[in-house]
Structure formats: structure tokens, C-alpha cells
Design a binder for this molecule. Structure first.
Ligand code: G3P
Ligand code: CA
Length: 227
């Protein structure tokens, strides 16, 4: 995708169009694109047999008809579960196969040990310019940077305090905070240091407009039709 960082304002679909469809499913990502979204965000974990899967929680309880921990199940067992509306938990590779090249991809690494395979798959599909690998975990971001210096990374924080410094020290290009803690000052500090700045999760149009007004580069939303 050309111009991932060049747009004035990006609406990033959080776990796809997750207000309308089961989160982190191919169906949710497809809906986000149908609604005009140019970037989708999703979460990555690993299965017992070390396959990368797209699911937010440590356990499958909330989002599927099964129970138990993702890392204690093989991909085959995970695939057996209903992730909503008959959808399966996708693998990272399936997301790349279906959406690589059609939109920007914000890949959030939820756990350690996911970095190497993520980089290998990004390269396999030639998506280096179309992705940003983000995480709350500094260790994951450091590893991505060591594995490949061309893939953009982003630090996610809740409060934002000191986040610009931390993001720069990790070689990140993006910094994100919870929307409640985004300020004009933080936006200007991030921009002054060449960072793309966004926040999560913004589902209220008024709030979205207000954030756009303070110069933020993008918001992560469950509603791709927010504005
Ligand atoms: O990528 C930002 C946001 O998705 C982080 O929070 O809990 O929705 O993964 P969470
Ligand atoms: Ca996420």
C-alpha cells in the first residue's frame, strides 16, 4: 500500500470491523475493507505447535465456542473452534494471503516468540512496506528491529508518559496511546521527533473529530465508518 504514513488521517480498523463482525476474523477484515478502511489492525499469538494465529486474548473463552489457553492448543484444535458467525481463528499467513497488498496491516504481537515467524512471513509475502509491527512489549519490538531494520515498528502504551523517548530508543516509527491520554502536547512532541502518532480505541465520532483536530495521524476504531 502506497503512502501508509503519508495520509493526513488514517482510520485503522481495530480487529477488523469488530463493532459489526466477530473480531479478528477474515470476515471482519473483509467487512472493514468493504466499508472503505485502508488499514486493518489485528493481534498475533502462537499455538502449541508454534503456528501464528490471529486472536486477542490468551484464552479462547471470550471469542470462540471453546475454552482453554491458545498456547496449549495445536492449530488443528484451534481451527476446530467457531470464532463467531461460523468463522475460524485465522492464521497470520491466511491474513496475508487474503489481504496482503490490498490494505495496510497493523500487526500487534501479543507475546514473545512470535517475532521471527512474523518477519519471515512478511518477507515471504513481500509486505515490508505495507505493515507496521506494533506491541506493548519492548522486547518484541527490539527483536523485530534486530531481525529486520526495514520493517516499521510501533510502541503501544496506555498513558503516554515518556512514550516518545521510549519509541525512539526502540527505533519505532509509530507511537500509540489509549485515547484518554492523548494530548496536543504529546502529538507535537511525537511529530517533532518524526513519529506517526495514533490512539485506540475511538468509537465516538465526536471524539474522533476532536483528535483529528489536535493533529493526530490516525485512530484505531471498531467502526471503520466512524467519520
Ligand atoms: O493496537 C492498539 C490496540 O489494539 C491495543 O489494545 O487490547 O485492543 O489489543 P488491544
Ligand atoms: Ca490490538
Amino acid at each position: 500500500m502506497e503512502g501508509f504514513f503519508e495520509k493526513d488521517f488514517l482510520l485503522i480498523s481495530h480487529r477488523g470491523a469488530s463493532h459489526y463482525e466477530p473480531e479478528n476474523t477474515l470476515r471482519s477484515f473483509r467487512r472493514a475493507l468493504d466499508m472503505g478502511s485502508e488499514v486493518i489492525e489485528f493481534d498475533v499469538r502462537k499455538s502449541l505447535d508454534n503456528r501464528l494465529v490471529v486472536i486477542h486474548d490468551r484464552s479462547v473463552n471470550r471469542t470462540t465456542d471453546g475454552s482453554g489457553t491458545v498456547s496449549e492448543k495445536t492449530l488443528e484444535k484451534l481451527k476446530f473452534l467457531d470464532a463467531g458467525s461460523g468463522e475460524q481463528i485465522p492464521t497470520l499467513e491466511e491474513v496475508f494471503e487474503n489481504f496482503g497488498g490490498s490494505c495496510g496491516l497493523v500487526i500487534e504481537l501479543k507475546e514473545k516468540g512470535t517475532e521471527e515467524k512474523t518477519v519471515l512471513l512478511i518477507k515471504k509475502y513481500g509486505l515490508e512496506k505495507d505493515v507496521v509491527v506494533v506491541s506493548f512489549r519492548e522486547d518484541c519490538l527490539r527483536t523485530i528491529r534486530e531481525l529486520d531494520s526495514t520493517i516499521s515498528t510501533g510502541l503501544i502504551t496506555i498513558f503516554g508518559f515518556g512514550c516518545v523517548k521510549r519509541a525512539l530508543s526502540l527505533g519505532c516509527r509509530v507511537v500509540a496511546t489509549n485515547h484518554r491520554f492523548m494530548t496536543r502536547r504529546l502529538v507535537s512532541e511525537a511529530h517533532g521527533n518524526g513519529l506517526f502518532v495514533c490512539c485506540w480505541t475511538v468509537n465516538n465520532p465526536k471524539q474522533g473529530k476532536k483528535l483529528a483536530g489536535i493533529g493526530i495521524d490516525g485512530v484505531i476504531t471498531d467502526k471503520p465508518d466512524l467519520l
